[in-house]
Design a binder for this molecule. Structure first.
Ligand code: ATP
Length: 282
């Protein structure tokens, strides 16, 4: 069943002071099924976050429409929960209070809100930390609170914008397992932004590769590997390499543009072949 339809979407930013405009992408067409896990993958600046923000209703498309079911997106809504790279928890509230905070707008009793929050905190394995404050938690734990907070609102769709981008490798790997578990348990539709090829192959049903200058969808890759996936398996490595080779030119384009005279092909290939990150922090 179709869940999200992105039709002919374009985004152009206007700079009113300099009277210039910049089109991030145009003609984005994408259909996502109910319960599907889709990754938006691409080099820095290709517009992954912009597209996710348009689906979230936090930003407006310059042209085209986004529909959730039959309803056109015109702003944020409770049918979509967003998880950002930074957890953005309220430091003066406990873990439990942070999760129940968003539920206050829903017309449910305090007890029911707490029951719901506890249920999702259990799902992300934080039952022991309900009374802790954000500064007492690790980065990975904070991100799990923010996932629980989004899930407690019971959105149909979870929009995740590089949720593990700021975490160390071990924590990231643990959260990959958690997010797969959550997805299997809840059956949510997930749109997941990343520039990490391995992460996208590990998690998604389908990878939507985006390129830049001009921005758009380059290719879609269905990932038909059985779960749990093994990054060491030949099929996994083959898919990573197929994606990487397709995008090598894209990354080079971005790096050349951003580094100008400092660009060095040898250095670039060393930087990006080891972890298959596509132009992070350049
Ligand atoms: N509010 C804004 N005004 C002007 N330009 C913007 C605005 N937001 C984003 N951009 C530009 O749009 C382009 C796409 O940005 P976006 O953050 O969506 O890319 P991304 O693919 O998510 O990158 P990254 O992986 O680095 O987060 C960039 O060139 C960025 O500078």
């Amino acid at each position: 069943m179709t869940h999200v339809v992105i039709k002919d979407v374009e985004k152009t930013f206007y700079n009113k002071v300099e009277k210039t405009s910049f089109t991030v992408f145009n003609n984005i067409n994408l259909t996502i099924k109910k319960g599907e896990f889709v990754s938006l993958l691409g080099p820095s600046g290709c517009g992954k976050s912009t597209l996710l923000n348009i689906v979230a209703g936090l930003d407006k498309a310059s042209n085209g429409v986004v529909k959730i079911g039959t309803k056109e997106v015109s702003g944020p809504g409770s049918d979509r929960g967003v998880v950002f790279q930074e957890a953005a928890l309220m430091p003066w509230l406990t873990v439990l209070e942070n999760v129940t905070f968003g539920l206050k707008k829903q017309k449910i009793s305090k007890e029911a809100a707490e029951k719901k929050a506890l249920e999702y905190l259990k799902l992300v394995h934080l039952s022991k930390f309900v009374g802790s404050y954000p500064h007492e938690l690790s980065g990975g734990m904070k991100q799990r609170v923010s996932i629980a907070r989004a899930l407690a609102m019971d959105p149909e769709i979870l929009l995740m914008d590089e949720p593990f981008g700021a975490l160390d490798e071990q924590t990231r790997s643990m959260l990959h397992k958690e997010v797969q578990f959550i997805w299997e348990q809840t059956g949510k539709t997930i749109i997941f932004v990343t520039h990490n090829i391995r992460e996208s192959v590990l998690l998604s049903d389908r990878i939507v590769l985006m390129g830049t200058r001009p921005g758009g969808i380059i290719q879609e890759f269905p990932v038909n590997l059985p779960r749990p996936r093994k990054p060491s398996s030949p099929e996994f490595i083959k898919l990573e390499e197929d994606i990487m080779s397709l995008l090598a030119g894209e990354i080079e384009k971005v790096m050349k543009e951003e580094m100008g005279d400092d660009y060095n092909t040898k250095k670039a290939s060393l930087l990006y072949s080891s972890n298959r990150n596509m132009g992070e922090h350049i």
